[in-house]
Design a binder for this molecule. Sequence first.
Ligand code: ZN
Length: 293
Amino acid sequence: MRLVLLFLLSAQAFAGGLDRYAQLVVSDSSRTARNGVRVTYLGTNGYQFEFKGRALLVDPYFSRVDLLSVAVDSRIQPNAFRINDGLRHLASYPDAVLVTHGHFDHLLDVPLIMARTRARLIASASSVDLAKRAGASSGDPVKPGDVRRIGPWTIRVLPAKHDRLFGKVPFDRPAARVNMPHRAADWNCGEPLAFLIEVNGQRIYIDSGGTPERLNATLERLQPRYILPSHQDNFFRPLKAGFQFGPLTDFSRVQRECAQQNRSRLILLDYFKPWTLLKAAGSKSQNPKPETD
Ligand SMILES: [Zn+2]
C-alpha cells in the first residue's frame, strides 16, 4: 500500500493561480464513489479528512491575517467571520484537530474552532499550552512515538523539523507563559510534529515545515502514491480571493524534485473542492504495512 504525502514547503518567489497547473489539480466529479477517504484542502497546511461520516482536521486556518499585521508586529486575532465561513464547508463535529506546530498560521484559529465544533486538540505540549492560553478548554499533548486511535483514525505522531527562513526558524523563542498570545511572534513554533494518519487501509503522512532540501530524500524513502505540496498558496490573502501561489514558494522546484520520482504523482487541490482518495488498484491488504506497498 502506498501513502500520500502532504508536504509543507517554502522557498522563493513565484505567483499566479492554479490555472497554469490545471492538469495537476484533482477533485471529485459527480461520478466519484464516496466510500473512500475524502480530502478537503483548507489552504495553508489545513486539511479535512472524512471517512464514513467521521472527520479529522489538520492545521485549520481561516483567518488569514494580512502580511502587514505580521510584518509590523501588530496585534492579531482570529477572524470569527472567516472561521464561520470556512466551517460552513466542513463536517460539523470532527473527531479531533491535529496541529503540527504553534505558528499562527496553524494554531491561531484552533481555540475558536474547538469551541464551535467540540473537537479535541492533539498537538505538542507547547502548542497545547499556547492554545489554552488563547482560550482552548483542553488539549491532548503528544510527542513523537505516541499513537491515538479515535473512531476510524489511527494517528501516529512523528518528529518533524521546521524549515528555516533567512537562516532561522521563524518565531522560535518560547513564549512568556503568563500572557495570552497577541502578536504573530507570540505564536511560537514549539516542537514541530508530523502525523501519519491510517484509515481505510490507507496512509496519509503530513509533514510540518519541511524544506525543499529534504523533499527528495523524503520521497525516496516514502515513495508515496500522491504528493500534495501544502503552503504553496499565499496565506496572507483571504480564502475568498482564491488560490494564489505565495511569494515565498518555489513550485517549479517542487515539480522538478517530484519528476524524479516516477512512482509518485504530484497533485494540487483547490480550496474546499474535495477529492476522494481511491485505493490503489491491486492494493492487497487492509492492514497498513511499513513503508511502501
Ligand atoms: Zn511554521
